[in-house]
Design a protein around this ligand. Structure first.
Ligand SMILES: C[S@@+](CC[C@H](N)C(=O)[O-])C[C@H]1O[C@@H](n2cnc3c(N)ncnc32)[C@H](O)[C@@H]1O
Length: 275
């Protein structure tokens, strides 16, 4: 096991993560909870899709004990009732490049819920198609897309999800990767897969921060062009040195997703600032 993982009491690996992970799980949990009403009204079978599922549990570096990863957080949130109404996910699709992560996540889901779990091992870019062909037509599905770096989320993944009936997207946009690597021309082919055509739209001879802003705006526009409302409330999560680690972006096929996203408080109880 590499040093990013350790064995948990249940014998499965858990990931060792920075404290900023709590923000994404906070927003994921609260978005799932707050959208219960919409799922309930729509009816049908609602699915959760996690193409970068990890092992299902983590330990915050410097702390003890385990916390739920994203998949378990979302499944748990949907199963809890809000104002007397719980609208659980009917089915969850999980996938990861690491086979040990997929089997750990699957086992841990079965330990907390009797939800139907469909799992795949491999790159998101490939497995997204297997998920999309299996999605029920009626339902509000949520894809939680949580890669470590931008190139692990090529635009083809978003495009495939957009072609499915109604899949909302909660995207971890790896801003630290953009900050570190966007100025490296040797890595531009990686960024081409993330935001095809960006080099024609961004003025790459401008200052670093301008190019980053332009890149993010261009990527946002590409997602909009897939038929999504991309919320302009972008949650920017920073480390203890105030360096941005990631952005959380909510893209929804229906304006209601954006309305719900805007109502969520951050962990300090504030509505938070848009970028
Ligand atoms: C940030 S971790 C996921 C954490 C998890 N979503 C959670 O909330 O607890 C990113 C995961 O993506 C997986 N991964 C990396 N590249 C991938 C790719 N191209 N396709 C699918 N999974 C990938 C890694 O093995 C890792 O488990």
């Amino acid at each position: 096991m590499d040093d990013q993982y350790e064995s948990d009491e249940d014998g499965y690996p858990r990931e060792i993560v920075g404290p900023w992970v709590s923000d994404k799980h906070h927003f994921l949990r609260h978005y799932v909870t707050a959208s219960q009403g919409a799922r309930g009204k729509m009816g049908g079978a609602h699915c959760l899709i996690d193409l970068y599922c990890g092992p299902g549990k983590a330990r915050i570096r410097g702390g003890h004990g385990s916390v739920f990863g994203g998949t378990l957080t979302a499944v748990d949130a949907a199963a809890r009732s809000r104002r007397g109404q719980a609208v659980p996910f009917t089915r969850v699709f999980i996938s990861d490049v690491r086979e040990d992560n997929v089997s750990a996540c699957k086992a841990r889901l079965s330990a907390i819920s009797d939800i139907q779990v469909t799992s795949f091992v491999g790159e998101a870019e490939t497995n997204v198609h297997k998920v999309v062909t299996n999605l029920p037509r009626r339902g509000i599905h949520l894809a939680y897309l949580d890669p470590y770096s931008l190139h692990q989320l090529p635009f083809s993944v978003l495009k495939a999800l957009a072609e499915a009936p109604r899949v909302d997207l909660l995207i971890h946009f790896a801003a630290s990767d953009m900050a570190r690597n966007l100025e490296r021309c040797d890595l531009w082919p990686r960024f081409d897969a993330v935001a095809p055509g960006w080099q024609d739209s961004c003025d790459t001879i401008r200052g670093k921060s301008v190019v980053r802003q332009q890149f993010f705006a261009y990527w946002t526009k590409l997602v909009q062009d897939l038929g999504y409302h991309v919320s302009d409330r972008v949650v920017s999560v920073k480390n203890t040195r105030r360096r941005e680690i990631y952005r959380l972006v909510l893209a929804s096929k229906h304006k209601l997703g954006d309305n719900i996203w805007r109502t969520l408080n951050d962990r300090s109880g504030q509505k938070g600032l848009s970028l």
